[in-house]
Every structure is written in C-alpha cells, then in structure tokens.
Design a protein around this ligand. Structure first.
Ligand code: T5A
Length: 228
C-alpha cells in the first residue's frame, strides 16, 4: 500500500500595522523569498482577496459606510473576511499552499475595536465567526512613527503623479494614527506567541532581511539555503 507523503503543513502569515508602513512592499518581497526556497505561496490582502470581498473593500474605502459607525464597519470587514477565508485562505492551506496576507483580523481589532471604540465582545464574536479556526501562524507587525509613514505615502503620490486624496482611514488625524500604532503594539503584546514587532524605519532591503530572519527562525522547513 502506498504511504501518504509526509507533507509539512502550509503556513498562514499576516502583515499588520498602520498606513504606509511598507506592508505591501514586504509581502511582495517575502513571496519572492519563499519562492526561492521552493515554497508555493499566494499573496492576498484585506479587505479583499476575493471578488465579493473586493466589492466590500471599495464600498468601505470610498467612505460609503462611514456614517453607519465603527460597529457596522467591523461587521462589513468580517463579512469580507468570511468570504476571503472560505474561498481563498482555507482552500489554499488545505492543498499545501502558503498564504501571506496584507492585513487580517488584527486590523479590525486595532482600527474598529481599540481605536474605533467597538466593544471587545463584538470583535471577538466576529473574529470567531470569520476565522473558523484559521488563526495566522505568524503575524509580522510593522511599526513606525505615522508621521514618517505619511511622508512615504505623500512621496508615492508625487512619484505616481497623483493627488493625495486619502481613503476613509488615511483622512484621520495624526493623533488618531498614533493611538492606532499603540493599539497594534498592545495586540502584539497580548498575542506574543503569534506576533513579532519589527521596526519599519529601515530601508526596504534591511527590513526584508529582518523579516526573513523571523520567518525562517519560526518555520524549520526554511532553514536550508535557497534552491538553485
Ligand atoms: N482596515 C482594514 C480596517 O479599518 N479594518 C480592517 O479589518 C481591515 C482589514 C486598507 C484600509 O482599511 C483599513 C485599514 C486601511 O486604512 P489599504 O490601502 O490596504 O487600505 O491601506 P494600507 O494597508 O495602509 O496600504 P498602503 O499601501 O498605504 O501601505 P503599506 O502597504 O503599508 O505600504 P507600501 O508597501 O504600499 O509602501 C508605502 C510607500 O512607502 C514606500 C513604498 O515604495 C511606497 O511608496 N516604502 C518605503 N520607503 C522607504 N523605506 C521603506 N522601507 C519602504 N517600504 C515601502
């Protein structure tokens, strides 16, 4: 009888942090590094990742849900997450493909919960419902002064020849973003087994190397050199 291959579990990694701290840039770089170690991985984001979740993303980020309040927005983010988990995250992990997501459930806890004032009980209930056991194996929290991050976002707009209009959350005051930063740090402290905080105030290459050190230390299958 043929024996089942002794396959290692696929890993689920998330990136969290405030606006413009470099999450998308580092998600792309991590995917590249995983590929060089022969790890099949998909890159995704929240809100979004599936057509239905992307529709919810547009609705929220255009500011159309703002008047409904942070509680209703938490429910909308959870609805998007439910579809994302069911249609993309769970099926990929089940077939052995790693998943790396640019934001996930900690964003709802940080933005709508701790910063937006939505009760913990609602945030917990929504998280249980949407995740259905798919808690990330590792969460990288990129941390930096929001004033510096905003300068990066402004610079990006200048380079892209765009006017900086700001989405629903980018328009909040700097003090709000400073509280948000502290709230992400609290979440990391309260989930120290899963979360690692890394300073994002370093150049892209150094930050990439710091992230790789953390990811490869966490998962033994990455401790061999890159494949040719
Ligand atoms: N939200 C989301 C909630 O409120 N609740 C939720 O549950 C969820 C899931 C999503 C919004 O929704 C909110 C949070 C957000 O407000 P988004 O567009 O995905 O919106 O917002 P961000 O995640 O903030 O996306 P950004 O693209 O603005 O920021 P990133 O991904 O952190 O940064 P990145 O990589 O795009 O880099 C920004 C700029 O900096 C440069 C890049 O080239 C780019 O120009 N850069 C660096 N420059 C110098 N040094 C480095 N190390 C650099 N790294 C990148």
């Amino acid at each position: 009888m043929l024996e089942a291959p002794n396959r290692r579990p696929a890993r689920f990694i998330t990136f969290e942090g405030g606006e413009g701290v470099g999450k998308s840039t580092q998600v792309r770089r991590l995917l590249n590094n995983l590929g060089q170690h022969a790890i099949e991985a998909v890159r995704t984001r929240e809100p979004g990742g599936t057509p239905k979740a992307e529709a919810i993303r547009s609705f929220i980020l255009q500011g159309r849900s703002e008047a409904w309040g942070a509680g209703a927005e938490a429910v909308l983010f959870a609805a998007a997450r439910l579809d994302h988990v069911n249609q993309l995250i769970a099926p990929n992990l089940a077939k052995g493909t790693w998943v790396v997501s640019d934001r996930f459930c900690d964003s709802t806890r940080a933005y709508q919960g701790l910063t937006g004032g939505v009760d913990d009980k609602l945030i917990d209930a929504l998280e249980n419902l949407a995740l259905d056991g798919h808690t990330p194996d590792l969460t990288i929290v990129l941390d930096m002064d929001p004033a510096v991050a905003f300068r990066r976002v402004e610079q990006r707009a200048v380079e892209d020849g765009l006017q900086l209009t700001g989405d629903r959350f980018e328009k909040e005051e700097l003090d709000w973003h400073r509280r948000l930063r502290e709230n992400f740090l609290d979440i990391a402290r309260n989930n120290a087994d899963r979360c690692v905080v890394i300073s994002a105030e370093q150049d892209e290459e150094r930050l990439e190397a710091a992230i790789w050190d953390v990811v490869s230390a966490r998962f033994p299958e990455l401790q061999t050199g890159p494949v040719a």
